[in-house]
Ligand binder design. Structure first.
Ligand code: ADP
Length: 665
């Protein structure tokens, strides 16, 4: 079997690279997916919150900017109201047209005031600055309606009566130092809206004499276009930005038609587009309103701020409103997403490369071990193994190297032992062959010898018989006795030769069959019935097994042993022979015991040898071949025979028989 079949762990399907690569990549992808899903779930809300906050911040800046502008306007107004020519005018007027303090005429103060107004207009984006007398007539007016919008001081005949204007009436009602700020309107000249359109706010202040009489008012028409532009620029380009007055009428709208519509008798109010603004318009305490809104075709995020710009009148307000399209606010999300996907792909690639690198580092030494085994088996040099490395891999390689060395050593020893055993086995087989050839030869020799011996013996016996017949009368007593000895000897020799022949024939070609030992012993007992009765003997046997063997030979075995038990009995003790069988590992162990004369231990071995007897024929008749037969039969059945005995107590013959003599080891 190839070595690789023993090592499925290094097989392609479950390679270490894959084992590391897949879980690592899966882990990284999973963790990224979790992070992305968390980010995505939060992203919408965070984007909307951030956009909303952005809008709030913008409107806050716009409020600061607008208030700062208004503050500056009021400061300029106070500056003008406090300039010396105003006091000079009052003094000159009181003194009949001449200022008692320096002798300046009223007109001189008028022109000085005009110079200050002119300088102020040059420095600031004001439209016009005026001084109006307490009766409502303009006294000094400097504006930008000169040729090509240049600054001019308006001549006396063109000065107008403003006594009926709202700003004049409201301003003269104010106490000293108070400031009037008008609504924001379009600039008009002689009742007509001036083009290009100019959003304007008027800041006016009453002038009182030291005695507390109203002397007039100073008034600045302030162009708010720059301020509006500045507010708009504070709002991002992507935002929709509108300005309304405190009532919600548009002052600045992306659609120019809707800006200052009220000046043309039309209505264009933030409430038309966004009814929720009502809260802000209605409650002066509420400064900021923000959240999510919906118009006909789209959703948006908005922030509205109510900016009170007159410290003296909280009702003077503008509202700035900025909105941002919902979809646009989320547009960044798709950009973020595409960047995240790019990042994820990058991370995936990097983790793949990392996993391959790590797994190669880990798998490399193991693959080297596998290759070492695959290519070379145990008879190998471990040169490829990283045995000099530190860490676990180095340890593993060294352990593997040691194991390989030990196995290789053992393999060599084993190979040497196998060779040795093969040589011994070969020698044994040769000896067995020689032995069985010699044994066969001997059997043949025994058979032929005993067979051939029978013939001359028969001749001798026949001749002795003839001799006895013919010469019996002529022989004396002694001759007859000798003849008797010859007869006895030839008979005995015949018996010996027959025994030898039987011994040689034992086994032979006889067939193997199932032999029921219980039946077999019963038959032997029947055969020996007369002798058993003669000696008053008893044979006991129970439950003897059935085995596969040579029936005739087994019968001879039991017959010899039972006969011996009957024969070698003690005088006056009727023989009792007991036959038992018990099963051991692979064979049946039989015992044939008697209560006879017993055998000295020193004879235990040679009684099984052919023609070995312990007694004379006059004591116990017999040829001394019975136990030799028994031994041969037992060995034919792959068993052993041995004896245990105590003189004058009895003898036990033990023998083993395989259940099936064909299955001999
Ligand atoms: P044989 O019985 O013809 O003498 P065996 O070969 O059967 O020859 O026995 C050999 C000898 O072993 C016997 O002569 C006898 O001395 C002794 N022997 C055999 N069986 C018994 C026995 N049951 N009790 C005592 N001695 C025995």
């Amino acid at each position: 079997m190839p070595a690789s079949e023993h090592m499925p762990i290094l097989g392609k399907r479950k390679s270490i690279t894959r084992r590391i690569l897949f879980p690592l990549v899966a882990l990284i992808v999973l963790s990224n997916a979790v992070i992305i899903s968390i980010i995505m779930s939060q992203l919408d809300q965070q984007l909307l919150d951030a956009t909303e906050q952005n809008l709030i911040n913008e409107s806050e800046l716009q409020a600061v900017q607008f208030r700062a502008n208004m503050l500056e306007l009021v400061r300029d107004l106070r500056f003008i109201a406090g300039t010396p020519p105003i006091q000079g005018l009052i003094r000159a007027e009181r003194n009949g047209g001449i200022d008692p303090r320096d002798g300046s005429t009223f007109q001189e103060w008028v022109s000085r005031l005009g110079v200050i107004f002119t300088e102020m207009l040059k420095a600031k984006p004001k439209l016009q600055i005026r001084f109006i007398r307490a009766n409502g007539l303009e006294q000094v007016r400097v504006d930008r309606f000169g040729p090509n919008g240049s600054i001019r001081t308006v001549a006396q005949p063109e000065l107008q009566d403003k006594s009926q204007t709202r700003y004049f009436i409201e301003t003269i009602g104010l106490s000293r130092g108070s400031v009037y700020l008008s609504d924001i309107e379009l600039n008009r000249e002689f009742g007509e809206i001036v083009l290009p359109l100019q959003p304007v706010i008027r800041a006016a202040m009453p002038i009182y004499s030291d005695e507390g009489d109203l002397f007039g008012i100073v008034i600045i028409n302030h162009n708010l276009q720059d301020t509006f532009d500045a507010l708009k620029s504070l709002s991002g380009d992507e935002h929709q930005f509108v300005i309304t007055n405190g009532a919600g009428d548009y002052l600045l709208h992306p659609n120019p038609e809707r800006s200052f519509a009220f000046e043309y008798g039309r209505s264009s109010n933030v409430l038309d587009d966004f009814p929720a603004a009502q809260r802000l318009i209605a409650s002066p305490q509420l400064e900021v309103l923000n959240g999510k809104g919906r118009s006909k075709d789209h959703e948006f995020i908005y922030s509205m701020r109510s900016i009170a710009y007159n410290p003296e009148n909280n009702a003077d307000r503008i509202i700035v409103a900025t909105s941002h399209d919902f979809e646009e606010a989320l547009a960044i999300k798709s950009q973020v997403l595409s960047k995240i996907y790019l990042f994820l792909i990058f991370v995936l690639l990097m983790s793949g490369v990392l996993a391959i690198y790590v797994s190669r580092r880990v798998a490399g030494p193991i693959v080297a071990m596998r290759n070492t085994l695959n290519n070379n088996g145990l008879a190998t040099e471990s040169g490829d193994l990283p045995i000099h490395d530190g860490g676990e891999l180095g340890e593993l390689a060294r352990a593997f190297d040691n194991l390989l060395g030990e196995l290789s050593q053992k393999q060599k020893l084993l190979a040497a032992e196998v060779n040795e055993r093969k040589a011994a086995e070969f020698e044994l087989r040769m000896n067995n062959q020689k032995l069985s050839a010699a044994y066969k030869e001997l059997e043949q020799f025994t058979y032929i010898a005993s067979h051939d011996l029978q013939e001359p013996l028969c001749t001798v016996q026949s001749l002795v018989e003839l001799f006895e017949e013919n010469y019996r009368d002529k022989m004396d007593e002694q001759g007859l006795t000798f003849l008797g000895f010859i007869n006895e000897s030839t008979a005995r020799m015949t018996e010996l030769i027959r025994g030898l022949l039987d011994y040689g024939r034992l086994g032979g070609e006889s067939a193997v069959s199932e032999v029921d030992c219980q039946e077999l012993v019963a038959a032997v007992c029947v055969d020996l019935g007369l002798r058993i009765d003669d000696v008053g003997g008893r044979i006991e046997y129970h439950n003897l097994p059935t085995i596969v063997g040579k029936k005739t030979e087994l019968r001879l075995l039991f017959q010899n042993l039972i006969s011996n038990g009957l024969k070698f009995s003690r005088e006056g003790v009727p023989p009792v022979i007991t036959i038992t069988a018990e099963h051991s590992a692979e064979a049946w162990q039989f015992s044939v015991s008697d209560n006879g004369i017993g055998i000295e231990a020193e004879h235990f071995q040679h009684i099984f040898m052919i023609f070995q007897r312990l007694h004379g024929r006059d004591e116990f008749e017999g040829s001394g071949i019975g136990l030799a037969h028994c031994k041969k039969v037992v060995e034919l059945h792959g068993g052993e025979i041995w004896v245990e005995s105590e003189p004058n107590v009895g003898t036990v013959f033990y023998f083993t028989l395989r259940e099936n003599c064909n299955e001999q080891a």
